[in-house]
Write a protein that binds this ligand. Structure first.
Ligand code: MIC
Ligand code: SF4
Length: 639
């Protein structure tokens, strides 16, 4: 029996465990990436591991999220990351060089290798044939130190692309279609492998748009083959030597299969406030638009920007629309500056911002109250743009640019004939914003700003765990709810005490006070708790507030791992109806916690209601031990 691409890479990187569905396996990590908003914490944790030099083939630290610099905090963190990187063998991508995923694809990604990143959109690397996975900062720190990364051996889904995209229909519409069909929970513990005749019609950046937003399916990752299109891309990036061919064997098997006929797709749009709330653009025709932002790690490649520039050429942005454009990397910005495309955008009235995450994570450009904001980003969770009352819609750059001109949501097919932009035969190569690690690390002093506060460490598990239900929340709570990020809070990513005042505030502003008053307690949640961002702060902050366990109908993958890594017990209801029975402030007790964690079956007692509920602990033996010892750092230290 032949193998698919995912199996081939996993087999080659297997270090611990046995290849069997549902088993936990440990894999070797070839490359890591961090960005600044999760990076400060990841490097503090890396330092706590006492490893001199990273053990990976390549590790890169990017600065792309916290770039507003409204006070000294961001710049202080940048200095910390730059110096800690230089000392420990990590490449440093300076602010201005671009968004981590875009730059990594251009300059560092290698087909067939594994990449672990402290950002949920790390699967962007799947566009170039990497097995690229998003994780919490601590897991990335351990991988930098040479430790294996653990995943549940995934279900592998074959996505068969047939046909060819019609004019004005884009890669973004392919992934929106998958989200429409499968939902934000549809990919949990799955890897999506793209096959079929449609694959060769998509460029590497288009493939990366798709694998990037595979994160919104909750998938472990997504991957494309590495073929002649990949070779051409690497050649144009002057790194053809990194090319290796990767394809599934003829008789490869998959656990599930989905088929998308590209020829039948239409321009799609995800409505507020979830990326799977997808309809056809034509159904929303005529909705008035206030803001359009084009950029982010999903859609900010050279070709995306060239298409937008061609659409805007000689025209003027509608008087009621604010159009914001952020090219994804210095390479892209420099190329469109040289060829005049940038000038056309400026002439049309676009507001050009520096290459970084910017509006995608609410770092500036928050829209007006009740505004309609059309964005090419990947997430439209409520309030993420910085304006709670605004409605964010997710679209392709083409739909975005055309709607910016008309002032209404517009199906791009109504526009003039389609615009073709060729992939460049040669990209502009200039890595002068990438700082190399030091040869002699003893000479490097790590600079720490006053905003860096120690991070909390869990304690080993007690035999009786008790407390109140501090909050009851519904399904699909995101890590943006648990630990909000915006221009005011993002500068404090290395200051857990400060962040703790805002934990779960979008659900209930009283949560933090309640937790502090009651000396911690429990969180009660619905399905898919912790979807979205990989931010470990969504576990570190509850840990700081004394949260001991989360009771949920189900968890998102990265957040569940982050909870365990920080000694918080993620428990799933045997019978989801029990959720309805429990209320805020109910007194809960877990007796015999240690032995219950060991055997994975836990009974919780609701003293207020006089009832008991059966819970499951759906984690590996390694993770059970970790919970008992008080998290990953404690269990490594114990070793
Ligand atoms: C995001 O898109 O939500 C972020 C900001 O990139 C996060 C990381 C973070 O919270 O810092 C992610 O996707 O993991
Ligand atoms: Fe940055 Fe947005 Fe991409 Fe996250 S999703 S890495 S905030 S551009």
């Amino acid at each position: 029996m032949g193998f698919n691409i995912v199996e081939k890479i996993l087999k080659e990187h297997l270090v611990v465990g046995e290849i069997k569905k549902g088993n936990e396996i440990g894999i070797r990590i070839d490359q890591t990436l961090t960005q600044d908003s999760t990076g400060t914490m990841a490097y503090l944790q890396f330092e706590a591991l006492d490893v001199d030099k990273v053990k990976t083939k390549k590790s890169v630290a990017y600065i792309d999220h916290n770039m507003l610099q409204t006070g000294p905090e961001n710049a202080d963190d940048h200095k910390y990351i730059q110096t800690v990187a230089k000392k420990h063998g990590i490449y440093f991508s300076k602010p201005g060089n671009g968004i981590c995923h875009q730059v990594h694809l251009e300059r560092f990604g290698v087909p067939g290798q594994t990449l672990l990143g402290s950002d949920s959109h790390t699967p962007t690397g799947g566009g170039i044939g990497m097995l690229a996975i998003g994780a919490g900062g601590l897991d990335v720190a351990v991988a930098m130190g040479g430790g294996e990364y653990y995943i549940k051996y995934p279900q592998i889904v074959k996505v068969n692309l047939i046909g060819k995209l019609q004019p004005w229909v884009t890669a973004k519409d392919i992934i929106l279609e998958l989200l429409r069909c499968l939902s934000v929970k549809g990919g949990v513990n799955k890897v999506f492998e793209y096959v079929g005749e449609g694959v060769k019609t998509l460029s590497v950046p288009e493939r990366a748009t798709i694998t990037n937003m595979g994160a919104e399916l909750g998938a472990t990752t997504s991957i494309f083959p590495s073929d002649e299109v990949t070779r051409e891309f690497l050649k144009a990036q002057d790194r053809e030597e990194n090319f290796v061919e990767l394809k599934a064997d003829e008789d490869a098997q998959y656990d599930e299969a989905v088929e998308i006929n590209l020829s039948e797709l239409e321009p799609l749009i995800a409505c507020p406030h979830s990326p799977d709330n997808v309809v056809k653009v034509s159904e929303l025709k005529g909705v008035k638009v206030d803001q359009v932002t084009i950029g982010s790690c999903t859609n900010s490649s050279y070709v995306d920007m060239m298409k937008v520039s061609n659409i805007l050429d000689g025209k003027t942005v509608n008087e009621n629309v604010s159009l914001v454009i952020g090219p994804g990397s210095k390479q892209v910005l420099n190329m469109i500056a040289e060829n005049g495309a940038l000038s056309k955008m400026i002439a049309a009235g676009a507001r050009i911002i520096e290459s970084g995450c910017g509006p995608c994570i609410g770092m500036g450009q928050s829209p007006a109250n009740n505004a309609v904001s059309l964005r090419t980003i990947n997430r439209n969770f409520e309030g993420r743009c910085g304006t709670v009352s605004a409605g964010v819609y997710l679209v392709s750059p083409e739909t975005a640019a055309i709607s910016a001109l008309t002032g209404y949501i517009t199906d791009p097919r109504e526009f003039i004939e389609a615009i073709e932009v060729e992939m460049p035969k040669k990209f502009l190569i200039n890595d002068n914003l990438v700082v190399k690690p030091a040869e002699n690390s003893e000479e490097i002093e790590v600079v720490r700003g006053p905003n860096i506060k120690p991070f909390p460490l869990a304690e080993s598990l007690k035999d009786i765990v008790e407390g109140k239900i501090l909050i009851k929340v519904e399904d699909n709570i995101t890590t943006d709810h648990i630990m909000p990020s915006n221009a005011k809070l993002l500068p404090f990513r290395s200051n857990i005490p400060h962040l703790s005042n805002y934990c779960l505030a979008p659900c209930n502003p009283e949560f933090s006070k309640r937790a502090k008053k009651n000396n911690g307690g429990f969180i009660l949640a619905g399905e898919n708790y912790g979807q979205g961002s990989s931010r470990e702060h969504a576990a570190l902050v509850p840990l700081y507030l004394g949260v001991k366990a989360v009771f949920a109908k189900s968890f998102a993958r990265i957040h569940m791992a982050n909870l365990v890594n920080n000694g918080i017990i993620p428990l799933v209801f045997e019978d989801c109806n029990d959720y309805n029975d429990i209320d805020e402030f109910d007194e809960i007790v877990i007796n015999d916690a240690i032995s219950s964690v060991e055997n994975g079956k836990i009974v919780i007692e609701n003293k207020t209601k006089g009832k008991i509920y059966s819970m499951k602990l759906e984690v590996s033996q390694r993770q059970k031990n970790m919970i008992i010892k008080g998290g990953l750092i404690n269990s490594i230290k114990n070793k």
